[in-house]
Design a protein around this ligand. Structure first.
Ligand code: NCD
Ligand code: ZN
Length: 357
């Protein structure tokens, strides 16, 4: 008898599940061509919408290019109700007219600032933010958010300090010069960035990736070089990771979900000059659930994943739901991607949550 009731209690404890309003991904790399076709379904399976990054080669700098790109994205997710939210890539030459056209288009939801040379495919990025004043002025007027890759590229600055120095040299002056500009500080990695966002008014928000919540910089050197833990901004010290956990665990609406899932072929990551980017779209929401559960904040997951992003962007919250089950899933060693292999985060390992089909 005693055994039976214990069995029932265990069963209840082990069949936990959580249902959330369908989430959105506010920072995603889908690439183009065959890679796009391979990776887009992972996101469409979990998320209703995603802010699609424009760092293609060549970059998506015009509304015309964005129109063509969104068609290819929609083709890659045909048969689903996934909605791509497109972005323009800011350059030294982006005109106020292009911004006006972007705003009118309705499907372009933001403009992305890559400091030239800061990260993957950023060669066409901004060399000096003062060159973008006309575009920024127009974005401020239109309420079109500026999404910021917040790192200086000055080779004299330590790689681990690039985000902090960017705040002092670029972001603080920018927020002062454009007091009404909406800004998303993308993929924040430091306590400095979290504090900066908290100090600003409601027009400044931030995305937080799951890998910056899961790992500190030791993960790049565990028993040898770990190229699949290399991304930009690079992983930081443990105290910074703790600050990010505190930010998302506090339930503050300024911090919302943005995976920065960035697919790269295995051979390009495992090379003498491996490229930056971590792929998490295969199990993004399950990985976030794992993190939120570990810090005792599962009750904060839904707002972080499904409410604060649309609220910031002034878009409606989704109405559908997804369900996560407390059921282990094993992450494959790799996925096929355009004739190459794609190594996902936690390849070959097991995670405790699974998205219910
Ligand atoms: C991204 C990519 O691969 O496009 N890489 C990365 O390390 N995050 C670019 C970016 O968001 O910086
Ligand atoms: Zn990114």
């Amino acid at each position: 008898m005693q055994n039976t009731s214990w069995y029932i209690i265990r069963l209840i404890m082990t069949t936990q599940s959580i249902t959330l309003t369908r989430p959105d991904d506010w920072h995603l790399h889908l690439r183009d061509g065959e890679i796009l076709n391979s990776v887009a379904p992972f996101t469409a399976k979990q998320f209703q919408r995603a802010i699609v990054m424009p760092n293609l080669k060549p970059a998506v700098t015009t509304v015309k290019q964005a129109v063509e790109y969104v068609d290819r994205v929609l083709a890659a997710v045909e048969g689903t109700d996934f909605e791509p939210l497109m972005t323009l890539y800011l350059t030294d030459n982006t005109s106020a007219d292009e911004i006006r056209a972007a705003h009118k288009s309705c499907f372009i939801k933001a403009v992305k600032l890559y400091p030239a040379g800061a990260t993957t495919n950023s060669d066409e990025g901004v060399t000096n933010i003062r060159k973008c004043d006309a575009a920024l002025e127009e974005m401020q007027r239109a309420g079109l958010p500026l999404l910021v890759h917040g790192e200086v590229t000055d080779p004299g600055i330590d790689v681990f300090d690039r985000e902090k120095v960017f705040i002092d040299r670029v972001l603080m002056p920018l927020t002062n010069r454009f007091p009404g500009l909406k800004i998303v500080f993308e993929h924040i990695t430091t306590s400095d960035a979290a504090d900066f966002v908290l100090d600003m008014g409601a027009r400044v928000g931030a995305t937080v990736t799951v890998h910056h919540l899961m790992y500190n910089r030791n993960a790049m050197f565990e028993g040898g070089m770990r190229p699949h833990h290399y991304c930009l901004p690079v992983l930081k010290r443990e105290r910074h990771r703790e600050a990010l956990l505190h930010a998302v665990g506090s339930g503050n609406p300024k911090f919302f979900l943005g995976t920065d899932s960035a697919p790269h072929a295995k051979n390009l990551k495992e090379s003498s000059c491996g490229c930056a980017g971590i792929f998490t779209a295969h199990a993004a929401i399950e990985l976030y659930a794992t993190v939120f559960e570990a810090i005792g904040a599962l009750d904060k997951l839904e707002a972080f994943a499904s409410f604060y992003g649309p609220d910031f962007y002034g878009l409606p919250r989704n109405t559908g739901t997804i369900t996560l089950e407390k059921k282990e899933q094993r992450i494959p060693e790799s996925y096929p991607m355009a004739g190459e292999q794609l190594v996902p985060l936690m390849a070959g390992q097991t995670i405790p949550w699974t998205l219910k089909a």
